[in-house]
Ligand binder design. Structure first.
Ligand code: GDP
Ligand code: MG
Length: 185
């Protein structure tokens, strides 16, 4: 699928369907692709090409308004490098880590720092959601909810915890919140 231009602002006064570009960022293995597939198909796909980066498009209705949601499922092997490809394209960012993996949580902080720097110079501000994935693994979780909440509030972002392999509605809710934040910007 080819790259799209930056979507027009998600403006309800617009008569054509609005577009909203969401970018998923985070350490390899945190579950970005599993979450993307879950949002798009309601299904959990356990094994997904770890080196695949792509943009997917889905027609959604959020709060009774049609919106073309485009999801960039990124694949960074070395953290936030070459971020130009998504920084100005995005209408909202979802930074993913895995609650069972401390390294992925540390990785999410690097992304939040990169995005905070971007938001210093870029108007309008691009909303950010911090998302803890693999909540089904929470018996083994080394990353506490309160640590993640503290990180989210430090960077002024929304925070959720979900599991790509559990219920669809919780995953959909996170993507829709990203659309709402982008729209209400
Ligand atoms: P990505 O590199 O961030 O795109 O991560 P993937 O989506 O490829 O997922 C990495 C691994 O974690 C795969 O083996 C997935 O099956 C697994 N995974 C993804 N989401 C979940 C989840 O919510 N719970 C559990 N238990 N495993 C998950
Ligand atoms: Mg992936």
């Amino acid at each position: 699928m080819s790259m799209f231009g930056k979507a027009k602002a998600c403006n309800s006064a617009d008569r054509s369907p609005a577009g909203c570009n969401l970018v998923l960022l985070g350490a390899m293995g945190s579950g970005k692709s599993a979450l993307t597939v879950k949002f798009l198909t309601k299904r959990f796909i356990g094994e997904y090409d770890p080196y695949l980066e792509d943009i997917y498009s889905s027609e959604e209705i959020v709060d009774h308004q049609p919106v073309t949601v485009r999801v960039m499922d990124t694949c960074d092997q070395e953290g936030p490098v070459n971020s130009e490809r998504y920084l100005s394209w995005a209408n909202a960012f979802i930074v993913v880590y895995s609650v069972d993996n401390v390294e992925s949580f540390k990785g999410s902080q690097l992304y939040l720092q990169t995005l905070a720097l971007h938001n210093k110079t870029f108007r309008p501000q691009t909303p950010i959601i911090l998302l803890g994935n693999k909540l089904d693994m929470d018996r083994y979780r080394p990353v506490s909810q309160s640590d993640a909440e503290a990180l989210a509030s430090r960077f002024g972002c929304l925070f959720f915890e979900v599991s790509a392999c559990l219920d669809f509605m919780s995953v959909q809710h996170v993507f829709y919140e990203a659309v709402r934040r982008a729209r209400d910007g």
